[in-house]
Design a protein around this ligand. Structure first.
Ligand code: VG1
Ligand code: CO
Length: 543
């Protein structure tokens, strides 16, 4: 067994998007593609000698092979120890927790999250830093620079390492510690939430369905919901991780989690439904016949988090990504909490969490989390809801009705136009940017524009600055449209259009989102010429 340096050439375009490097699986399987990126990352963090890392992934196609490559490269680069989940599995939040718990120098997470898996689908890799959070923009830039100058990478010649059992192995001088992927994470959840109250709820006949979508949260949900909290067997569906996620999109929203939505709107619907995504960092919350938008879920949690033992002191502050609805801002204002607005992507919450400025964060894309790790956390959000339901004694729909009565309702919807021509998408955005200054004062679909801007952000902690983070158009009457291009897709461009309308009239809190948002949607189309330019008369996905 020896370490070698293998000559390679820079591969253009290995630039991380919103959440790591995400590409077609076959791209990752091509010669040197994965190896170049891993070596560039190890170079980008200032070399790997003597460091300790966590490695794991969401179990999708090519996960086992990629992990073996990373282990051999880590050994060749002088890494002292790698902690890896059994069978190479770790959810994103569990990996974040292991990095923090074991005080490692960071870790690799193999996932393309909610994107489908398989040889003809998507794969991804992201590096998380010593705080457990996604690589900062500065580190991501440094890694990209390394990908453009790389000339060789280290590789240890060795057979595959067996990862089916926990325990330690040796690869040259490097120790590989294979751990139960669930145990430490489950213990953390038991510290944060009132497991006795939740167990009593289940013992009293409270019905739940958790859809793991054939992805990584299956083992976590089985252990926590069924084994520890006593929910009946069968509460977790699609609970075995499959390399192709059962050919589905492991994306927890009403479109892709249609099996769960069918159950929750059917005649024998349980009290509570939830789902998580490919790598376990997103969540969907649904009551009997009552879907909760992620933005509303964030606001409700902000209002009730003190009911969970880990948050009994109250929250230090809240943060949301810019496109996320302002529902949480209203809770923060009422409770006198600080509220931060960041660009899309969890990496922008890290400094706020580290500094204690915020300890609840969320995104409209079904990501919610706190300072317990440095990632969004699907099961955490589900357990938070269960805790709130158990202690308040209220159903999901009663909680939401009360919330809207107290704070008003931010009607909200995201419309995704997928796989559109990149040139068309770029033109749409650049033409829109060019006319932003002329929009205030104009009126579209009966709505008066008050502000139009391209979102930029100066981090209040480390003062780093990013721009071009999405176009925001505000209207009189608390309505808003946001437009941005996705940074996680692997085909063409995806245009995301986010629509929001606040309603505080108590008599108008139960409209359909389509009705409440009709004018905002029309204004968005008139301003950005979406239909005319893309030729699409409807979005591919509405959430
Ligand atoms: C999307 C979401 C964003 C999220 C990101 C990663 O990014 O909009 O809110 O942070 O995915 O989540 P984009 O650039 O495609 O809009 V995950 O669960 O895919 O790691
Ligand atoms: Co995810």
């Amino acid at each position: 067994m020896t370490a070698r340096r293998i000559a390679t050439q820079a591969i253009p375009g290995q630039q991380a998007g919103t959440s790591g490097l995400r590409r077609k699986t076959r791209d990752f399987m091509a010669p040197h593609f994965l190896e170049n990126y891993v070596q560039a990352t190890l170079n980008g963090i200032g070399g790997a000698a003597g460091k300790r890392l966590v490695v794991g992934g969401d179990g999708r196609y090519f996960n086992p092979e990629a992990i073996q490559v990373i282990l051999r490269m880590a050994a060749a680069n002088g890494v002292a120890e790698v902690i890896v989940g059994r069978d190479g599995l770790l959810s994103t939040p569990a990996a974040s927790h292991l990095i923090r718990l074991n005080k490692t120098d960071g870790g690799f997470i193999l996932s393309a999250s909610h994107n489908p898996g398989g040889i003809d689908a998507d794969f991804g890799i992201k590096f998380n830093m010593a705080n457990g959070g996604p690589a900062s923009q500065t580190l991501a830039d440094a890694i990209y620079d390394e990908t453009q100058t790389i000339a060789d990478y280290g590789m240890f010649d060795a057979h595959d390492i067996a990862l089916h059992e926990t325990g330690t192995r040796q690869l040259g001088d490097m120790t590989i510690t294979v751990v139960d992927p669930v145990a430490d994470y489950a213990a953390l959840m038991a510290e944060l939430f009132d497991f006795n109250a939740i167990a009593k709820l289940f013992a009293g006949g409270f019905g739940m369905c958790f859809d793991a979508m054939h992805a990584v949260t299956g083992p976590y949900a089985h252990k926590i919901l069924e084994d520890m909290l006593g929910a009946p067997k069968g509460t977790v569906i699609n609970g075995i991780p499959l390399p192709d996620f059962g050919k589905g999109h492991p994306d927890p929203n009403p479109i892709w989690a249609h099996e769960l939505m069918g159950i929750m709107t059917g005649p024998d619907a349980p009290d509570f439904g939830a789902a998580s995504d490919g790598d376990g960092d997103r969540n969907m919350i649904v009551g009997r016949g009552a879907y909760v938008t992620p933005s509303d879920s964030l606001a409700l949690i902000a209002a009730h988090a003190h009911l969970a033992p880990g948050y009994a002191q109250g929250l230090s502050g809240v943060a949301r990504s810019m496109p996320t609805s302002t529902a949480v801002d209203r809770v923060a204002a009422a409770k006198g909490m600080a509220c931060f607005e960041t660009p899309t992507g969890w990496k922008f919450f890290g400094t706020l969490l580290d500094a204690g400025k915020a300890n609840l964060c969320g995104e409209e894309s079904a990501g919610t989390g706190s300072d317990h790790v440095r990632e969004k956390d699907g099961l955490w959000a589900v357990l938070m809801w269960l805790n709130i339901i158990a202690v308040s004694g209220k159903s999901v729909s009663a909680l939401m009705q009360d919330h809207w009565q107290n704070y008003g309702r931010n009607y909200y919807s995201r419309h995704d136009y997928e796989a559109i021509d990149i040139n068309v998408a770029n033109r749409l955005v650049s033409d829109l940017k060019a006319k932003l200054d002329s929009l205030p004062g104009q009126s579209f679909a009966g709505l008066d524009v008050t502000e139009a801007s391209d979102f930029s952000y100066r981090d209040p902690v480390d003062h780093s600055f990013v721009e071009g983070q999405g176009i925001q158009i505000k209207f009189a009457g608390d309505a808003r449209v946001v437009l941005r291009l996705s940074g996680t897709g692997t085909e063409g461009a995806t245009l995301r259009v986010y629509l929001e309308q606040l309603e505080t009239d108590a008599a108008r809190l139960n409209q359909t989102p389509e009705d409440a948002l009709a004018a905002v949607k029309q204004a968005a189309d008139e301003i950005a010429e979406i239909t005319a330019r893309t030729g699409r008369d409807a979005p591919d996905v509405k959430t």
